[in-house]
Design a protein around this ligand. Structure first.
Ligand code: AMP
Ligand code: ZN
Length: 466
């Protein structure tokens, strides 16, 4: 079964497939703004995207997915934080980038293949703005800022269904917009922001004025550099749908003259005790707040996956308690399986837990996936399992990422074709057909795997890359 995912632009569930001839699936996920610790709402977005990344790797193969997630390290919030703390911007953003990485590791999120920063891509952003200026999609305002001319892009608003009239606010609203005097039209948005005193030293040279890039152009430029002009999937939380993603589409499509992303996916928000998270309500949690209360990071990961990602999810400490107990049930089942089949690691997955993967492939239906997983472990007593059941269990829980990598010890996700070769080789060896067994070992080595024989079975290890 192919991966089916709701597409926020086409408003329908569609199959995910790579479109480039190299077969590499190009996946971009908007990353965090690094000025403070990410909260558990942000981590809902990153954990959901991590399951998506894992599913894509299972589907297309580990080398066939390129996952890029940016770090927003220059914007109003990061600059304000640096000013308030009297510290250089780079020092502030490094601190929160390091914390973000530590939290992602604790939540068992795979690192993206590329993690570009906005400040590391100023020339690429300037180049794109330059093209937009030359094509007449952008204009320089009197203060040297550059704006995108929304009326120059006919498809503007298709993602968010912003209606024409909503883009033409009243004159009262116009007067309120901070940069209203500079723009030709209130719906136009900044590509380049001319330097202001409050930006301090955080500005760069450009053909228009010293300044800094707008937020939206950052993603467009990093995507173009690291994934190309047309990508297969672009994701983020629903709050990014408008204006951020709408503006990314406008800039990229006008600059490149190509379709920007073939598929869009947006996760809904996490609420806490039924309310939007906010500092003033005292319901804004970070991972550290919850581990300080004695919860494990895996329980948080599980709790963030408890609802359908396109529906709001209500988080509470009760739901975290339930998640903790579910994770501990899965851990003990896994340990018992591992003990029972220690000598048989590397067998082909039996298919017993495939419905978990099928539920995930069906528009990331997490509630169904967990339902199927628990029904399966209730129905299948460890004494009655085979080594292939262990392999199938590992595959399903790896996709969900709910058992930490360390707990898998030396267990690896073995691609199906490798399992098939290993099974054939094992059968040849049992039949004393050593020539065939040797030939199959060579095939395994060429594919990057070593097979370790034991008395009653074998295990498979990926060969270390030199
Ligand atoms: P930010 O650091 O604000 O740019 O956000 C990082 C990611 O978290 C983005 O994809 C946001 O859409 C997402 N996000 C922010 N708040 C929430 C929330 N309460 N629930 C789920 N996702 C969120
Ligand atoms: Zn973005």
């Amino acid at each position: 079964m192919a991966i089916q995912l709701f597409d926020s632009l086409k408003r329908e569930t569609r199959e995910l497939q790579p479109s480039h001839p190299d077969g590499v699936f190009r996946f971009y996920n908007c990353g965090p703004t690094v000025y403070a610790p990410a909260h558990i709402g942000n981590f809902r977005a990153f954990v959901v995207n991590d399951v998506l990344r894992r599913l894509l790797e299972l589907e297309f193969g580990p080398g066939k997915v390129k996952h890029v997630r940016n770090l927003t390290d220059v914007d109003d919030k990061t600059i304000k934080r640096s000013r308030d703390e009297g510290r250089p911007l780079a020092e502030v953003t490094k601190q929160w980038t390091d914390k973000f990485h530590a939290d992602c590791a604790a939540l068992n999120c795979l690192p993206p293949h590329v993690e570009p920063t906005a400040t590391g891509h100023i020339p690429e952003q300037v180049d794109m703005i330059d093209v937009l200026m030359k094509k007449g999609n952008a204009y320089r305002a009197p203060d040297g800022s550059v704006y995108f001319k929304v009326s120059s892009f006919d498809h503007y608003g298709e993602l968010s269904r912003v209606k024409e009239r909503e883009l033409q606010p009243s004159s009262a609203l116009k007067a309120l917009a901070a940069d209203a005097d500079e723009k030709e039209d209130v719906s136009d948005f900044a590509l380049w922001k001319a330097h202001k005193d409050e930006d301090g030293v955080n500005s760069w040279e450009s053909p228009w004025a010293r300044g800094r890039p707008g937020w939206h152009i950052e993603c467009s430029a990093m995507i173009k550099k690291h994934l190309g002009e047309t990508i297969d999937l672009h994701t983020g939380g629903v709050d990014l749908l408008f204006p951020h993603h709408e503006n990314e589409i406008a800039q990229s499509e006008c600059c490149n003259g190509q379709q920007f992303s073939r598929h869009w996916f947006h996760n809904e928000h996490l609420l806490v005790e039924g309310k939007k998270m906010s500092k003033s309500l005292g319901n804004l949690y970070t991972l550290d707040d919850l581990t300080a209360k004695g919860f494990s990071s895996m329980a948080l990961r599980y709790a963030l996956l408890m609802g359908h990602p396109r529906k709001q999810l209500n988080f509470s400490l009760d739901s975290l308690h339930a998640a903790e107990s579910a994770v501990s049930t899965l851990h003990s089942y896994f340990s018992n399986l591992v003990q029972r089949h220690e000598a048989n690691r590397g067998a082909a997955p039996s298919g017993k837990f495939d419905d978990v993967l099928n539920a995930l492939k069906n528009d990331l239906n997490f509630p169904a996936a967990f339902g199927v997983l628990f029904s399966a472990i209730n129905a299948l007593r460890v004494e009655n399992t085979t080594p292939g059941d262990l392999a199938a269990f590992i595959r399903a829980t790896w996709a969900l990422g709910i058992l930490l990598k360390a707990e898998f010890r030396e267990v690896h996700i073995v691609p199906d074709e490798i399992s098939v070769l290993a099974e054939k080789r094992w059968a040849a060896k049992q039949a004393k057909d050593f020539a065939a067994a040797d030939a199959l070992r060579k095939e395994l080595t060429a594919a990057g795997w070593s097979m370790l024989d034991r008395k009653d079975g074998y295990s498979l290890e990926p060969l270390k890359k030199s």
